[in-house]
Ligand binder design. Sequence first.
Ligand code: PLP
Length: 403
Amino acid sequence: MATATRRSIELAERHAAHNYHPLPVVVARARGCWVWDADGRRYLDMLSAYSALNQGHRHPAIIRALRAQAGRVTLTSRAFHNDRLGPFCRTLCRLSRMDRVLLMNTGAEAVETAIKCARKWGYKRRGVPEGEAEVVVFENNFHGRTTTIVGFSSEAQYRDGFGPFTPGFRLVPYGDLEAARRAVGPRTVAVLVEPVQGEAGIVIPPRGFLRGLRALCDEAGALLVADEIQTGFGRTGRLFACEHEGVRPDVLVVGKALGGGVLPVSGVLASDEVMGVFTPGDHGSTFGGNPLACAVGEAAVEALVKGRMVQNSARQGAWFLKRLAAIPSPHVKEVRGLGLFIGVEIRVSSGTARPYCERLMEKGLLCKETHHQVIRFAPPLIITRRELEWAMSRIEPVLLEGV
Ligand SMILES: *Cc1c(COP(=O)(O)O)cnc(C)c1O
């Protein structure tokens, strides 16, 4: 291992908490789809910070907005108005065809906000008895790492040692509409769903699942809450993944790429009626809606639209998926994806996905295993055909030969 890389890793190993198991690469510089390590080696970034870098690293317009706003005002708290909040909220509402947005910072905070919103809506508007609201969630979900959220995870490691947990969640198998129907009752205030499960290994639900949940929520008078933190902003080849089934959620949760790879920016979007349950003092965040985040978020959304990144995701994703699926590898169990959100599942008999990611790293391509067996390919949405061809020339031999 080269000197600068080894030194950085040693320092982090000694002083940083060991809550991650990163690949042994130290990123020191980045631009577009590419990063350079501390010793000057170049890699293609095919993870995009779990889709927080849909616009690529250091998109010029986003960095310009960051610099310009940093020269004016960065933080006001919501005790005062700031001149960037209104314009950004209007942009987000127009884009998602929602009435109102509540801005937070991280994805987990936005999910927590959506849960609070749905519960209060259930008590105040639906007349659910106080303290009895239920939210239906799905097995193998990933919605973040707060104690409430990991409390309804089905992943043992996410929960182990962190209880006691918040009650009021019902877990059903993902993609199983009948199970969801059985779980929904008079106390159900919301169904919380990822339109495609990312952390679970790029799991695409059966056709009609989201539409079925929409109908189920309409019948039961419950809110359909879509967590599009990872799938949103073009990742799956549509602006929002729910559009693949023509479904409009009642509550839309966004984050990651909303911050343009620069700052944590998240939000919850809903109708006037639903968002109306929040009154001053009910909920808040010191940094949520700060002017720097608003300026960056607005530039991030604008870059996505102007750069036709959603269309590029659909076009390049379809090509890349086809090419990956055509590799006659004895080690691959399945290739699946939507847009530039692609999973390659390694057969258990060929080991886990981790050594495949390590081998790809040695060949100049960064990606990360998810759920043990799946290599996730989710490059920035600005990626070109030539860059994908370069990636294929690395991936194909690794998948064919195995590790
Ligand atoms: C990443 C993610 C979250 C959590 O976002 P953080 O910013 O890490 O808190 C929630 N839901 C989904 C679907 C995610 O991918």
